[in-house]
Design a protein around this ligand. Structure first.
Ligand code: IPE
Ligand code: IPE
Ligand code: MG
Length: 246
């Protein structure tokens, strides 16, 4: 498959992932290997985000979902968390015009509580500004945890049953999907994880049921367009059976 196309890729072509989700891991190790503080890895990681977002938009990928901060990452030292919040805020401000130029629509999944108000304001501004763009959807998973997302969905559904607006018998897979933060989004076709870890770390557990997984040993700051192309190339050769027979 040629990945160099300048034209948008056809959304209904099964050999091309319409939705790519990425666990951007290994920023700290990238920095430590260079005798730099961990936060330098996060700073470099932003350049990889920019490259990857731009390339997905150029290729006409329907959605790119990036794991920016997990609900478990709050266990980290406060100076690292403060820096991550600062980077997030800066990204939201500095990228706005580029996101608009590329027709990217920004969305967020995750719990808002715990994220500083000033960061939320900048995220909200970007979401609002880009809301009517029709290019790639850039979905940022911030303070995101898949188990927490399922808990929130179950609470909402239980409240609706208690209020009598739905019957318990009406609960099915579609109804649950409609109550997740990702309601209305298609499931990821391809899940990429950098830095070689073979785990999901509480990312999109419901949504990746049938995603193809591709892991690279490279740390996130080293992730290039060519790595994205390689992942897509491998994806195009996978046989997705969804439980059926080939
Ligand atoms: C990923 O890199 C970024 C976040 C989790 C915010 P890490 O910070 O997890 O880097 P490693 O895994 O410690 O190398
Ligand atoms: C997953 O990476 C979260 C993000 C990339 C934001 P972690 O570094 O937090 O995952 P673990 O702790 O190695 O499982
Ligand atoms: Mg990590």
């Amino acid at each position: 498959m040629m990945i160099e196309a300048e034209q948008p890729l056809p959304a209904d072509e099964p050999s091309i992932p319409n939705h790519i989700a990425i666990i951007m891991d290994g920023n700290g190790r990238w920095a430590t290997a260079r005798n730099l503080p961990r936060i330098e890895g996060h700073r470099q990681g932003v350049a990889s985000v920019r490259r990857t977002v731009e390339e997905c938009a150029r290729l006409g990928i329907g959605q790119l979902t990036l794991y920016c901060l997990s609900s478990e990452n709050w266990k980290r030292p406060s100076h690292e968390l403060d820096f991550l919040m600062h980077l997030l805020e800066q990204y939201m401000i500095e990228e706005r015009s580029l996101l608009m130029e590329q027709g990217i629509r920004v969305q967020m999944i995750g719990r808002r509580d715990g994220i500083p108000e000033r960061v939320l304001n900048e995220i909200d501004k970007t979401i609002e500004l880009t809301a009517s763009n029709i290019g790639t959807c850039l979905c940022l998973a911030i303070n995101y945890g898949s188990r927490g997302e399922i808990v929130d969905a179950v609470k909402e559904i239980a409240a609706e049953i208690t209020a009598g607006s739905i019957e318990a018998e009406e609960v099915d897979e579609q109804l649950i999907a409609d109550h997740l933060y990702t309601a209305g989004m298609l499931d990821p076709d391809l899940l990429i994880r950098t830095s070689g870890e073979m785990r999901l770390s509480n990312y999109l557990l419901w949504q990746i049921s049938y995603s193809e997984i591709w892991v690279t040993a490279k740390c996130w700051p080293d992730f290039l367009e060519s790595d994205l192309h390689e992942a897509m190339e491998v994806f195009s050769k996978r046989e997705r059976r969804f439980g059926g027979l080939s």
